[in-house]
Design a protein around this ligand. Structure first.
Ligand code: G4P
Length: 528
């Protein structure tokens, strides 16, 4: 328990949103509060803009930025805060899903005018699968948007969240006057100065206080009183335990670009957000307070320097203390490795660290030892659960166009798959290799990287697949009865597990009906 104080002060989380809701802006304001950066604009968005689809240099540049902002640590009010960045572009959603396996809580940013958007729905679902505590920040209140009550209903309906507003807006757009913090029982007044704002705080223990009318005008004061009364009737009181269990979600309102409502969010966040939580492995639960170190790889980033094919593996410390130059067991390889220059991330700076605690992320230089989901521990081999691959949504055959470079191509594909860029399936009938991705952009990224990093060239050929799902069956005969006649639709993943390639949802439903004994799985993590 020697690390208790260090563990308790850590808050490791991600900010998630649909692109353009304000994730980057909010991240930057949080870093400014933490003194981790001095000027606005220091954090570059790592989102790959739509226009970049065919602009490889842009993709490469963006990849460079995203490694710098993958993890941003800072100190605030005695707490060590680690923000794990997630790519905004939906084609990289799988990356985001995996990052969510390494956080203890999330903040969801919603654009007040757009409400809940599709990408937010998907990401929140992944958080809910893991009972990750969620705080919602409704952004851009300086613009005219949806009614606050309607937004709360939308959050409940579309995201299935039980919301509890802990702050409440007074007007919006040109009439935005500020927020009333139900959490702190104070009024924060908004006064825009271009892109800056100052917060004028008035302590209000009783909303009937006439000072309210003086500060925001009688009409707005009356509306605020009525609305807050309504909130008290409709929404239950905030219970910290319920939030920690992922049962209720506090909601805040503000304007990230104006730095308004951000400090309340941060102050409440460090108060209520969970410190590092236990992790599940196939053999036991790992408690962060355990003495022995353990951790897992949730992200691998290829080095930007094409001449050195080393990569950075991002390891989430789950228990004990990680120490530089100490031997740790790599469970999958079954041997011990030590790391002489583990990297920690403070804001946009990287530095070599001697030790790291649960909740921290260390970057380990890797020349091909790691793949996503690998674990490190002191002695006991471990396999962490909860780091699944999802069924890809786009598929293509990959063909070698340079017979002299078959080895390079195979190595390139292998390593890119270990990095989690896409998934590889091998068709059982003809042995052809199929690459499955979440978005179309990955095909271009893979082709480009194979060429530049592995000196291999490939082309894509279309294949009519709608979904790939893993399947299992306890009865071996039934398994074969299902699989044998449709061998052209069966492939193996990299771990040699069988995957069914369906051409439509209809076909899949028919198969499910015809073969009730077969279990179909839509993520790679299942009990057979
Ligand atoms: P993302 O990471 O979620 O994709 O969003 P990002 O922070 O990049 O913000 C998207 C756009 O929304 C940016 O404008 C940003 O300035 C703006 N924005 C963020 N917060 C607020 C807010 O509170 N109010 C208003 N009115 N706008 C906000 P942009 O024009 O795309 O980029 P830029 O030229 O301002 O950098």
């Amino acid at each position: 328990m020697a690390n208790k104080a260090e563990i308790e002060r850590r808050r490791t989380f991600a900010i998630i949103s649909h692109p353009d809701a304000g994730k980057t802006t909010l991240t930057e304001k949080l870093l400014l509060f933490g003194g981790a950066i001095q000027v606005a604009g220091a954090v570059k968005s790592n989102k790959i803009k739509k226009t970049a689809t065919s602009d490889f240099m842009e993709i490469e540049r963006q990849r460079g930025i995203s490694v710098a902002t993958s993890v941003m640590g800072f100190e605030y009010d005695g707490k060590k805060i680690n923000i794990l960045d997630t790519p905004g572009h939906q084609d990289f959603a799988e990356d985001t899903f995996r990052t969510l396996t390494a956080v203890d809580s999330v903040i969801v940013v919603i654009d007040v005018a757009k409400g809940v958007e599709i990408q937010t729905e998907k990401l929140v679902k992944v958080c809910q699968m893991r009972d990750t505590p969620i705080i919602v920040f409704i952004n851009k209140l300086d613009r005219v948007g949806k009614d606050a009550f309607d937004l709360l209903d939308e959050l409940e309906e579309k995201l299935n969240l039980n919301v509890i507003p802990l702050s409440w807006p007074i007007g919006m757009g040109p009439d935005f006057k500020g927020v009333y913090s139900r959490y702190e029982k104070s009024l924060k007044l908004f006064s825009p100065h271009g892109k800056q704002s100052t917060e004028d705080t008035v302590e209000i223990s009783d909303l009937s206080d006439k000072i309210l009318d003086k500060r925001i005008g009688e009409r707005d004061a009356e509306t605020l009183r009525e609305e807050v009364e309504m909130l008290e009737e409709v929404y239950p009181e905030f219970v910290h335990e319920e939030y920690l269990e992922g049962l209720v979600s506090p909601v805040f309102f503000g304007s990230a670009i104006n730095n308004f409502g951000v400090r309340e969010l941060l102050d409440c966040f460090i108060d209520i957000a969970p410190s590092p939580q236990p992790s599940i492995t196939e053999t036991k639960e790992i408690n962060p307070y355990d003495d022995e170190f353990s951790g897992f790889v949730f992200k691998i980033h290829a080095n930007m320097d094409p001449n050195h094919r080393n990569r950075l593996a991002f390891v989430k410390v789950c228990s004990g203390k990680f120490e530089r130059n100490k031997n740790y067991l790599h469970s999958r390889l079954g041997r011990k490795l030590k790391f002489s220059s583990p990297t920690a991330f403070m804001a946009e700076k990287k530095s070599i660290v001697d030790e790291a605690f649960p909740g921290d992320i260390v970057g380990l230089h890797d020349s091909g030892n790691f793949k996503i989901g690998d674990s490190l521990s002191e002695n006991e081999p471990l396999k962490f659960k909860g780091i699944p691959s999802f069924s890809p949504e786009q598929f293509k055959y990959i063909e070698n166009t340079d017979p002299m470079k078959a080895k390079q191509l195979a190595k390139g594909i292998d390593q890119l798959m270990d990095e989690g860029v896409a998934q590889l399936f091998t068709n059982l009938r003809n042995g052809r290799k199929i690459i499955g991705t979440v978005g179309a952009l990955q095909f271009e990224v893979i082709q480009h990287r194979l060429k530049h990093e592995y000196n291999a060239s490939c082309r894509w050929e279309p294949i009519q697949i709608h979904k790939a799902c893993w399947f299992t069956c306890e009865d071996k005969n039934k398994f074969e009865e299902f699989a044998n006649p449709k061998i052209r639709l069966i492939a193996e993943d990299k771990e040699k597990r069988k995957v069914f390639l369906t051409s439509s949802d209809y076909e899949l439903r028919m198969e499910q009906q015809n073969f009730p004994e077969i279990k179909f799985h839509f993520t790679s993590e299942f009990d057979s």
